[in-house]
Design a protein around this ligand. Structure first.
Ligand code: PNS
Length: 164
């Protein structure tokens, strides 16, 4: 089977240059990417529903990349679209441990495959969680995010001020 489209799932709270690099590389490898922005009602997202528009803005100039909200299970999201694999970035060992566990659970349910791409060296320590902590405390994260996200941050364009 030749894979022509994969899913890049995530919370993207907010999308960073690290996420964007993985999305671009997945697109270059397979041709098409659906970015699945997770919507978990139990989770408090700093950028709330704006995450989807921020991802859309960040990938606007990338041909072959679409953005959708995802509620429920990743395996169902992929099955409904006939997409056989997800691509995720990993930075270090703890990412790997977690991703392998999820990959096996997902594969066990529907046969969904997980492809792990090592984060680029310049993005190895980048984390949305750390960026949220910095920005709610007034720090500058501009160099780590795409221009549309930097602009949203400059407008303090988030829905809550609590770190998620
Ligand atoms: O950026 P994140 O927070 O690591 O992204 C997490 C996400 C959205 C990829 C993950 O929570 C997810 O796949 N959610 C959908 C629910 C699901 O299928 N969970 C995995 C069960 S093994």
């Amino acid at each position: 089977m030749s894979v022509t489209k994969v899913v890049c799932p995530g919370s993207f709270d907010p999308i960073t240059l690290g996420h964007l690099d993985i999305i671009r590389r997945a697109r270059d490898l397979f041709g098409g990417v659906v970015v699945a922005v997770g919507v978990n009602p139990q989770k408090r997202y700093l950028f709330g529903e704006r995450r989807v528009d921020l991802v859309r803005g960040a990938v606007a100039d990338l041909d072959g990349v679409e953005v959708e909200e995802m509620d429920g299970l990743l395996v169902d999201f992929c099955a409904e679209r006939g997409i056989p694999a997800v691509v995720k970035g990993i930075r270090f060992g703890s990412d790997f441990d977690f991703e392998v566990q999820m990959a096996h659970m997902n594969h066990g349910q529907t046969g969904l495959e997980t492809i792990l791409l090592p984060a680029a060296a310049e993005h190895l320590t980048l984390s949305s969680t750390l960026l949220r902590t910095i920005l709610v405390n007034g720090g500058d994260v501009t160099r780590y995010v795409p221009p549309n996200v930097a602009a949203a941050i400059a407008r303090r364009d988030w829905e809550t001020t609590d770190p998620a």
